[in-house]
Ligand binder design. Structure first.
Ligand code: AMP
Length: 632
């Protein structure tokens, strides 16, 4: 068996040989003429000259051998429905949707915008788009009309696929009025809107523009729509990053490189086998959802569970009941979801038979040690952190246990994944940092591996300037994350380069302080931000959720716990890292994908305008922050 070190070395030093072998994992109509064309850095053209199709690799090629095997299992604890599509059924359903899109005028290279809740039709629309060579652009269902309008204007879709409503915690969340509003705001007008009517809220249809999926589906029940073979470098989708400023960036993904990267990740990273069941709790509006709810499990011939609902309804055991019921082998979630569960009794998890589960992968934000410890003892399975970005499409750092089993280190997402030539760089001088535990910017030497963004949609210059020109004197991809690497090659993420705070001349990562505070026995969750201070330049302020819900409303209890938390940080990190204040709230401001809105917190703390809050889960959270600060 090849060691991981050797596997990684080959992927960088014998790049073409390595990736030519990985390319064998997928079907090609025309095999690639070249493995990596990097003649025009930083633009990499993976598998140039090859022709393939993402939908063919996800569905069609499995139908003969596993037509009756479950492919997509759509579970909704909002509508209390569970629908299983076998590979053969999904094949038929995707062709119906593909025929409907074609009937509405979609051709190869056209965009199909998808603004949908977590229902099977969303996955079907994605697969149908790539089947006919169209480019999908999923907009997270929680975005409001302004954000949707900007994305419509950037993607310029021929058709938008949407639904009457989503549902959250038992309440219908209408989508159609928001879509209509967005279409009023946007200057681009799509030819048609295709709507799934779930019967949750009434819809007003615009004559000539709006079409019902049920009607079009009925017209195309027997549709046979062959896969359109596209160049490996043909875009499969764009996905807008959750960037905080200005115009959103449309991360553009190719077809061949993405399919190969995902296909290779299933055995190498996840140690997964065809026929097993993958359960990723993300949302199709995020990159993790694209890669690990939809494409990778299907490319690998697995069943994939798509879940609509919250993790604690009808009770905090719901996900684990699905693990038992569907014999889930691989589960993928985010630390924030685990911190939600952590507020409840671990018995909810342990009462189910989790013996099918190999491991739980967590990504998207720092995995703090207390959360990792809690979930690991609750489910008795390995917890595997993995670090990546919308831009990369699959993990940059993790443990490739399918290549070689490696011990995890708490606080570290692991080592550089094969294909990624990761470097730590001094952000000011551009010098490479090679000594253990030197703090630097995590950067990736080009070419980025297959599956990573090709460019920014219709903005090559922005791609180059944003990601490749921000480190002096080097053409290198900047992740904008700080990190260190230990002597064995394990990385530790210290937060965004843009989240760094400087207290009285000391550079501190808010992440380090958060990790310390969340280790306090009475704290469930915390966010730390740097706030301008006349004396020290910046000070750290902590906003914390206590494990005991009564603390936030009780000034005496707040004061006592604040003191105790400060003592804890003093003892762990030193007084320099002690937050100036710890405010208690019952929830933190987060995006619907669970990321802390640190910038909004910081703005409130500095009494500035908060900017765009359209991604915020619950506006009441910021109000609580304001009130906690007024109470003092
Ligand atoms: P997004 O593109 O929205 O997925 O956000 C990517 C950013 O999330 C990264 O640049 C990191 O700052 C953060 N991130 C993702 N995964 C991890 C992880 N495992 N540990 C720490 N930070 C992470």
């Amino acid at each position: 068996m090849t060691s991981f070190a050797e596997f990684h070395r080959q992927s960088i030093e014998d790049r073409d040989v390595f990736w030519a072998a990985q390319a064998q994992l997928i079907d090609w109509k025309v095999p690639p003429a070249q493995i990596c064309d990097y003649s025009n850095p930083p633009f990499a053209r993976w598998f140039a000259g090859g022709q393939t199709n993402l939908c063919h690799n996800a569905i069609d090629r499995h139908v003969a051998a596993r037509g009756d095997q479950p492919a997509l299992i759509a579970v909704s604890t909002e509508t209390n429905t569970e629908r299983t599509y076998t590979y053969a059924q999904l094949h038929a359903e995707v062709q119906r949707m593909a025929a409907a899109l074609q009937a509405l005028g979609v051709k190869k290279g056209d965009r199909v915008q998808i603004y949908m809740p977590m229902i099977a039709e969303a996955a079907i629309a994605m697969l149908a788009s790539v089947r006919i060579g169209a480019i999908h652009s999923v907009v997270f269902g929680g975005f409001a009309s302004g954000s949707l309008a900007t994305r419509i204007d950037d993607a310029q879709p021929t058709v938008i696929v949407s639904a009457d409503a989503g549902s959250r915690a038992g309440r219908a969340v209408p989508y159609k009025p928001l879509l209509d509003e967005a279409l009023g705001l946007a200057s681009h007008k799509p030819q048609a809107v295709l709507l799934v009517d779930r019967g949750l809220v009434p819809m007003n249809l615009v004559a000539g523009r709006d079409h019902l999926w049920a009607e079009l589906r009925a017209q195309h029940l027997d549709a046979q729509v062959p896969c359109e073979w596209v160049d490996a470098t043909h875009p499969s989708y764009t996905l807008y990053t959750s960037g905080t400023t200005g115009k959103p960036k449309g991360v553009q993904r190719d077809t061949g490189g993405y399919t190969v990267a995902l296909a290779s990740s299933m055995p190498a990273i996840f140690d997964a086998k065809p026929g097993q069941t993958f359960f990723c709790t993300s949302d199709i509006g995020w990159v993790v959802g694209h890669s690990y709810i939809i494409y990778a499990p299907l490319i690998h011939g697995m069943a994939t569970i798509m879940y609509e609902g919250v993790p604690i309804r009808p009770d905090p055991g719901v996900w684990w009941s699905l693990v038992e019921k569907y014999k889930v082998t691989h589960m993928f979630s985010a630390p924030t979801a685990i911190r939600v569960l952590k507020k409840h009794d671990p018995e909810y998890l342990t009462k189910y038979d989790l013996s099918s589960l190999q491991a739980l992968w967590l990504a998207g934000e720092p995995l703090d040690e207390p959360t990792a410890n809690w979930i690991s003892s609750a489910i008795g399975r390995p917890i595997i952190d993995n670090y990546w970005q919308t831009e990369t499409g699959w993990p940059i750092l993790t443990l490739c246990n399918g290549v070689e089993k490696q011990a995890s280190r708490f606080g570290s997402p692991g080592k550089a994944v094969y294909g990624y030539n990761v470097k730590l760089i001094d952000g000011e001088t551009g010098a490479e940092l090679t000594e253990p535990m030197q703090k630097g910017v995590i950067a990736i030497e080009g070419p980025l591996p297959p599956g990573n963004l090709m460019t920014i949609w219709r903005d090559d210059q922005r791609f180059v300037n944003t990601y490749w020109k921000s480190i002096p004197g080097r053409l290198i991809y900047n992740t904008f994350d700080w990190g260190v690497r230990d002597k064995d090659g394990y990385y530790f993420i210290l937060g965004r380069t843009d989240d760094v705070i400087n207290v009285a001349g000391h550079r501190l990562g808010t992440r380090e302080i958060e990790e310390s505070i969340s280790g306090h026995a009475s704290i469930a969750e915390v966010a730390v931000v740097g706030v301008a201070d006349n004396l020290k330049g910046q000070v750290a302020l902590a906003f914390a959720v206590a494990r005991d819900n009564n603390v936030a409303g009780d000034p005496q209890a707040c004061a006592a716990l604040e003191k105790s938390v400060c003592n804890h940080v003093d003892a762990q990190l030193g007084a320099v890292a002690r937050p100036a204040r710890v405010y208690f709230v019952s929830m933190l401001p987060k995006t619907r994908s669970g990321k802390l809105l640190r910038r909004a917190l910081q703005a409130v703390a500095e009494k500035r305008e908060t900017g765009d809050l359209s991604t915020m889960e619950d506006p009441a959270a910021l109000q609580q922050v304001v009130e906690a600060m007024i109470r003092g």
